[in-house]
Design a protein around this ligand. Structure first.
Ligand code: SAH
Ligand code: SF4
Ligand code: F3S
Length: 463
């Protein structure tokens, strides 16, 4: 899980308070944690990466599967003990729960874990400083109404100084929420309906990132390819058009986007993969299952054959496209035969990367009320078989890099002296063993040749 690493370059203000932010879940949460940290900075809270130093602990939570949601309560248990210990020495600890569990459970969180002072949902983060003030005066605050204002407008703009230490890659949220209502999924309930950020806001943020030294921008959204907006002449734009436009910004060297829904992969977006060298050949396109019956029950609104045909079209314009996917085993009603269809689909597509999970019934979703729930051990057996197949494909993909030469973006120093870590166009990290006359700097895009392609890592030298 992702832990937001606070910016250590900022100078602490005298007597300033400290906030520790712990992030679970998807990249949307990583992005939100950064924005919340920025906005708390304006209220006098400096980030810290040690919980013991913190005056405020903010847990940014995920509700996608039961396991993810339950983690929050074990964390809160530990914080309760810490708060008690601090009370003895007269030092306070404020605890806030943000993110998708906050949205889904609201005041129930405070009932179950009275240590919590503040519950704030993902559409209301711009109200965080004000909510915190109320919580400080002793009120138990729950802010989970879907906000009508645009939270992006109200959140403080990332300034140059704060962005630099985030390195040469950055996330940029362009779309939030989801209207698709897949029957297994909580996102439409926790994040609300689909909202696209307007073009001007996106361009302003992109330019600011470039000014701060960012070379690679990943556009984010729960359904990022459902993004729609208007061009300067008022014409309707989709994500494809937006990518063409972003690719024209000097300084942006690489573009990515995630997560996409198969139904929103339109022609213009596929053309962008054909035309834009800056658009990296890596696509996360979850399918969940390979049986049409199950896809229908999941409300995915496409068949397995349509998904495979889509992948073929994408590969016909960009033959080196690496495909990544998400899968669920044991959705209610899934038979052995249905599961075999998932295995066949995986064989046909060939994944470079994948995430797979046992179905977890989520309260309030239609899937939870379906008949024929699959026993846990069957879900687990299927998951094991699926993961073995996916793992063999991932390994084969990694090993296919041996002896190849391509560009990497240098991101950070390696673990050992003389090493740098770069990222391949296909998202794989590459350890560059520097030669004595190499003078690599973070942010460089350089050609390397892969000298060793192991199961878990790629080693390279400059080419
Ligand atoms: N918007 C993306 C997915 C977002 S959720 C899409 O439509 O594909 C990320 C992944 O979590 C999903 O792709 C799915 O594989 C998994 N997931 C979501 N709900 C789940 C549940 N109830 N049980 C198990 N896995 C789930
Ligand atoms: Fe969830 Fe489906 Fe929306 Fe993805 S498209 S966020 S899986 S409801
Ligand atoms: Fe989790 Fe919410 Fe993201 S439920 S996956 S943090 S949108």
């Amino acid at each position: 899980m992702n832990e937001h690493v606070p910016n250590k370059d900022l100078q602490p203000l005298a007597n300033s308070k400290k906030v520790f932010v712990k992030t679970y879940g998807c990249q949307m949460n990583v992005y939100d944690s950064q924005r919340m940290t920025d906005s708390l900075g304006e209220s006098g809270y400096m980030p810290t990466d040690t919980v013991e130093d913190a005056d405020l602990v903010l847990i940014n939570t995920c509700h996608i599967r039961e396991k993810a949601a339950e983690k929050v309560y074990s964390q809160l248990g530990r914080l309760q003990k810490m708060k008690r210990a601090r009370a003895k020495i007269g030092r306070d600890l404020m605890v806030g729960v943000a993110g998708c569990v906050a949205q889904a459970e609201g005041s129930e969180i405070i009932r179950r874990a009275p240590v919590v002072d503040l519950v704030i949902g993902p559409t209301t983060y711009h109200r965080l400083p004000e909510a915190l003030e109320r919580a400080k005066s002793g009120e138990k605050v729950v802010e989970t109404d879907y906000a009508v204002e645009d939270k992006f407008e109200y959140l403080p703009q990332i300034n140059r100084e704060k962005t630099i230490s985030r390195g040469v890659t950055a996330f940029l949220t362009v779309q939030e929420g989801c209207d698709k209502f897949c029957t297994f999924c909580v996102v439409p309930y926790t994040r609300g309906s689909e909202v696209s950020r307007p073009l001007t806001q996106i361009l302003t943020e992109a330019r600011r990132l470039v000014d701060a030294g960012v070379k690679e921008v990943t556009l984010l959204g729960q359904n990022v390819n459902a993004w729609h907006g208007h061009g300067p002449d008022g014409s309707a734009w989709g994500l494809g058009e937006l990518l063409y436009h972003l690719a024209e910004i000097d300084g942006i060297e690489r573009l990515r986007y995630t997560t996409s829904h198969p139904r929103d992969m339109d022609d213009r977006l596929i053309e962008a993969h054909r035309d834009l060298p800056k658009l990296m050949p890596y696509l996360h396109l979850p399918v969940q299952a390979g049986s049409d019956r199950i896809l229908k029950a999941m409300n995915r609104k496409h068949t397995a054959a349509e998904y495979i045909a889509l992948i073929e079209r994408i590969r016909s314009v960009r033959p080196d496209m690496a495909i990544s996917g998400d899968f669920i085993t044991g959705f209610p009603g899934e038979t052995d035969e249905d599961f075999e269809a998932t295995m066949r689909l995986v064989e046909t597509v060939g994944y470079a990367q994948a995430f797979s999970f046992k179905y977890s019934p989520r309260p309030g979703t239609p899937g939870a009320d379906l008949p024929d729930h699959v026993p846990e051990e069957v879900k687990a057996e299927r998951l094991e078989r699926l993961q073995a197949l996916l793992f063999s494909q991932q390994t084969a993909f990694q090993q296919s890099m041996a002896d190849r030469t391509f560009d990497v973006l240098v991101e950070k120093p390696g673990r050992f002296e003389g090493q740098m870590v770069g990222r391949s166009p296909w998202l794989l990290p590459v350890i560059i063993e520097m030669k004595s006359n190499d003078n690599l700097k973070i942010g460089d895009i350089i050609k390397v040749r892969i000298t060793k392609a192991g199961t878990n890592s790629l080693h390279a030298e400059t080419a």
